[in-house]
Design a protein. Structure first.
Length: 84
């Protein structure tokens, strides 16, 4: 992989994993947390992602993409657990 873009993958994975850990801790410690609340946050992240008028740059794009992916994954896993 080209070293000039490899940092993006490293940073994406770091942010994604941190976000997932934070969501897991929040779910464990906040019994009032709901999927709907997390979906609202995810919806806000989608809006932030679309509002790139001033240009976030590669780091900002990587950050928001990793956060969105973590929320999507976490919500999907939680919904799957509810179905079983």
């Amino acid at each position: 992989m080209n070293e000039s873009v490899e940092w993006r993958d490293v940073e994406y994975n770091r942010i994604y994993n941190e976000e997932l850990r934070g969501l897991e801790r929040r779910r464990e410690n906040d019994k009032s947390l709901t999927i709907e609340e997390l979906q609202g946050i995810l919806d806000s992240l989608y809006i932030i992602d679309g509002n790139d008028q001033d240009g976030r740059g590669p780091l900002g794009d990587t950050t928001i993409s990793a956060q969105i992916a973590a929320y999507e994954h976490f919500i999907g896993e939680w919904e799957a657990q509810k179905e079983t």
